[in-house]
Design a protein around this ligand. Structure first.
Ligand code: PLP
Length: 452
């Protein structure tokens, strides 16, 4: 085998299927093998160093290459790396993390079901919703309402909850009878001249109408990301989440907050639902930042009220039969405990509260570019919409691949951003400092000139 054929990229091309990828052409479009990571940066096989402006994939909250994480993980592997989590056995990190989550999560979210990531945690949420209503004897309450443009994951049910156009191409439908979608809360799509308040009223009314159509006795839960992430960092009108939650309460529905992206500091708080959006979900789903991506872990938190029902003795139906080999994995839970200790020790929540104004206002200076339709965001989440003619809301032709051009131009200058549709998405590690923001904004400003 020559050196080229023996390279990681050649082996990848021969053997590895990538997510969200056109298998026919992916490997022809250039190679990038990341071999090193430290703080805000990653490096590739050619020794090029990049600002990681997407924190891996919305997840490396404490930054890359933390020795404390390596030590905690190694220590747990040496002590006890795995044991069967079913039935009566537990492990110390899973129990400790359960207590930590209960102490820090909103309201009475005092009980946790562990999974392997965000998709499986959303699947678990839906299974728990159905289990809860069955145990209560509400056998009809099965329908779940999600939103267009939402992203909730890649397993079959999580993908059905997802409302992003194009993600379901050529997959069988599994959720058609029980998963429904209402409009996204997208201020950019707000009709011209309509006030923010009126737009919020309109979305809430649409939700109420859909519940009436489906029958309140059939509607079990509503699921929403506090900020739509992959759907384009869509910030809802003021008061939206609280009002949707109130509608759920009126109709005996559960509110599921998908905080896979927003929890663990991205908006400057452990969890965004209560501290930023003023409501207490019945179920809260988290993953990603829970371990800062050092190891996979997801967690579905449920309220005391749900727990009281599903833990009744001799429940009809027996056991909650969703079993995962890696439930409460001791190494992952230990990594999560070290991760939150780092966030606490280094004051990263208040750092995000301070730096995010600078981050957001610096990015907003890009709105002056003639091909930028909108720059928006909150905390350390942001999106830049690219348009051929923003004043007419005219998009670029798909074949122009605008966001890929900006991505490549940023890459060549030393920043990794995320192209999604005609958008650039940014979600840097929480340890970002002003000089990183300045460099990143500079790279983006230059990159936009490649759209001329
Ligand atoms: N929910 C949200 C809001 C997400 O952004 C994601 C992933 O990006 C998921 C769920 C799925 O998480 P995972 O990829 O860990 O399964």
């Amino acid at each position: 085998m020559n050196a080229e054929a023996n390279s990681a990229w050649a082996k990848d091309k021969a053997h590895v299927l990538h997510p969200y990828t056109d298998f026919a052409s992916f490997h022809d479009e250039g190679s990038q093998v990341i071999t090193g990571a430290d703080g805000m940066h990653v490096t590739d096989t050619d020794g090029r160093k990049f600002i990681d402006a997407i924190a891996g994939l919305w997840c490396v909250n404490i930054g890359h290459g933390r020795r404390e994480m390596a030590e905690a993980i190694a220590d747990q592997v040496m002590k006890m790396q795995y044991y069967n989590p079913f039935g009566h056995s537990t492990n110390e990190p899973a129990a400790e993390l359960g207590a930590w989550l209960a102490n820090h999560a909103p309201g009475s979210l005092n009980h946790v079901y562990y999974t392997c990531g965000g998709s499986t945690a959303n699947d678990a949420a839906i299974r728990l919703v159905h289990y809860y209503f069955t145990m209560r004897g509400d056998h009809r309450k099965k329908k779940i309402i999600s939103r267009n443009n939402a992203y909730h994951g890649a397993t079959y049910v999580a993908a059905e909850l997802t409302g992003i156009h194009g993600t379901k191409n050529s997959f069988d439908k599994v959720g058609e009878n029980f998963i429904h979608h209402v409009s996204a809360a997208d201020m950019f799509a707000k009709p011209e001249g309509m006030s923010e308040q009126a737009y919020c009223d309109h979305l809430v009314q649409e939700f109420e109408t859909r519940i009436e159509q489906l029958g309140p006795d059939n509607c079990a839960a509503f699921i929403a990301e506090p900020i739509m992430g992959a759907g384009g960092v869509l910030v809802a009108p003021r008061g939206y989440h609280r009002r949707m939650w109130e509608v759920c309460k009126r109709h005996g529905m559960l509110y599921i907050a998908d905080e896979v992206v927003t929890a663990f500091g991205r908006l400057g708080h452990w969890f965004a639902s209560e501290d930023v959006f003023d409501h207490q979900p019945d179920i809260l789903v988290c993953a990603k930042g829970i371990t800062s991506g050092y190891i996979p872990l997801g967690a579905t938190l449920i309220s005391d009220e749900i727990y009281d029902v599903i833990s009744r003795p001799q429940c009809e139906g027996g056991v909650f039969s969703m079993g995962l080999t890696y439930f409460g994995h001791p190494v992952a839970c230990r990594a999560a405990l070290e991760n939150v200790a780092i966030i606490e020790r280094e004051g990263l929540l208040s750092h995000v509260q301070e730096i995010s104004d600078y981050f957001q206002s610096s990015l907003r200076t890009l709105a002056e570019d003639r091909h930028v339709g909108d720059v928006r965001g909150i905390g350390l989440m942001a999106a830049i919409d690219l348009m051929e003619a923003p004043e007419e809301k005219r998009p670029f032709a798909a074949s122009f691949k605008a966001s890929d051009r900006v991505f490549n131009a940023c890459l060549s200058q030393g920043s990794i951003v995320r192209p999604v549709g005609d958008r650039i998405i940014l979600s840097p590690p929480l340890i970002i400092e002003k000089d990183h923001v300045d460099q990143l904004t500079g790279h983006l400003r230059n990159a936009l000139t490649y759209l001329r």
